[in-house]
Design a protein around this ligand. Structure first.
Ligand code: ATP
Ligand code: SF4
Ligand code: MG
Length: 357
């Protein structure tokens, strides 16, 4: 098995909330990501998906801080880099060249007074390592990428952001993020706030881009349909931790954490009977008042006293190649079954798109 392109060990991230106070938003993340894989990070609002995504590129806001752990990348030249030790200048070169991010709510990320051409020109010139980006070279590179996401370069490059629709902006941003051919692309909720048809077309184009450019992808979503369709691997997050991870097939056919099963059971099937949706009772815990033991215990139908004692670590259920191991953080995972056939719809995507699982 080749080296992972990204290795995360025991990563924790906190936000300062006062002069001497902070809250831990992400804890104890272990993750190996292999070249060409796509990993979906799923979970309810506030579980730490964006924080982890930003942390993976050291793009946390000022109040956010990686408090422990390690983050190692295999760079394009084959060397390994400890991202947490990287100084300002190498870090600047690392971003966009080696790994890039499409931010949550990114449609507002464009500078409104700058044409799309200038966004490409600035990005390529600011982050390129030594290469001279003439106007013609920028137009050629931007044109190639915009055509791949089915946008007309002649029109789009001359446009200001407000002259593009939401879907066009999102596609232009994805094209911009891969302008320097990064090995890893992190996409935070890439289709949220788009209508269904536009969502479908973005998903299609992400498939095509991955086929053409072969980048490794981490995408963050609370849309399980999207995760089933785009992901080779899935990691479910709850209260800042990964509580289940595995191939898309393992997670959608045979989830072993009650929370993952609850998320899947809450998905409305498009075919067949439409039974009442089973929502997960209660709310995620406050970061300032985490329950003892398993953080899910106040909401869990399987909880016993043992679940309220110590934190429950991820443990291996099924070993698989290339980091696809199925692991779960639950003391009673053997009791977990999907309550109904909500997976039919998800499984059909898994069948179609994750042949290498
Ligand atoms: N700048 C900040 N200062 C303090 N707390 C923060 C900050 N940003 C996020 N948090 C807290 O960290 C936790 C994780 O937030 P995060 O944005 O990573 O969640 P998320 O899973 O991406 O949610 P969503 O699905 O709503 O985007 C939340 O409890 C949030 O309130
Ligand atoms: S460890 Fe216990 S409380 Fe936590 S998910 Fe498993 S059964 Fe539920
Ligand atoms: Mg988020």
């Amino acid at each position: 098995m080749s080296d992972p392109i990204l290795s995360v060990r025991d990563l924790s991230i906190a936000y300062r909330t006062g002069r001497k106070e902070s809250v831990t938003a992400v804890s104890g993340i272990d993750l190996d990501l292999y070249e060409g894989q796509s990993l979906a990070l799923v979970g309810e609002s506030g579980c730490g998906k964006t924080t982890l995504g930003l942390g993976l590129l050291r793009l946390l806001p000022n109040l956010g801080e990686i408090t422990s752990g390690s983050l190692t990348y295999r760079l394009k030249d084959g060397s390994r880099a400890d991202l947490l030790q990287m100084k300002k200048e190498p870090l600047r070169r690392f971003r966009w060249n080696e790994a890039a991010m499409v931010f949550q709510g990114a449609m507002n990320a464009f500078n409104p007074v700058i044409r799309i051409f200038d966004h490409f020109a600035d990005t390529l010139r600011d982050h390129a390592d030594g290469k001279k980006w003439t106007k013609a070279a920028v137009e050629a590179r931007a044109g190639e990428l915009l055509e791949t996401v089915r946008l007309d370069p002649d029109r789009v490059l001359q446009s200001y952001p407000h002259e593009l629709s939401g879907g066009m902006k999102q596609r232009a941003l994805i094209a911009l993020a891969i302008a320097l051919d990064p090995q890893v692309l992190v996409l935070d909720e890439p289709t949220t706030a788009l209508d269904l048809l536009t969502q479908r077309s973005i998903v299609q184009q992400l498939h095509e881009l991955r086929k053409k450019f072969g980048f490794t992808m981490v995408f963050i979503t609370h849309d399980l349909g999207l995760a089933a369709e785009l992901a080779d691997r899935v990691a479910t997050m709850y209260a800042g931790r990964i509580i289940e991870t595995g191939s898309a097939r393992d997670i959608f056919y045979d989830p072993k954490h009650p929370y993952t099963a609850g998320l899947i059971n809450a998905v409305m099937p498009v075919k067949g009977d439409r039974p009442a949706l089973e929502s997960i009772p209660g709310y995620p815990p406050s970061l300032k008042a985490m329950p003892d033991g398993c953080a899910f215990n106040p909401r869990c139908a399987f909880a016993t006293d043992a679940c309220k004692q110590d934190r429950v670590p991820l443990s291996l259920l099924t070993e698989r190649p290339s980091g696809m191991d199925h692991s779960v953080a639950c003391l009673h995972h053997d009791q977990v079954r999907l309550a109904r056939s909500a997976t039919d719809q998800l499984a059909s995507f898994v069948e179609g798109e994750s042949a290498n699982v």
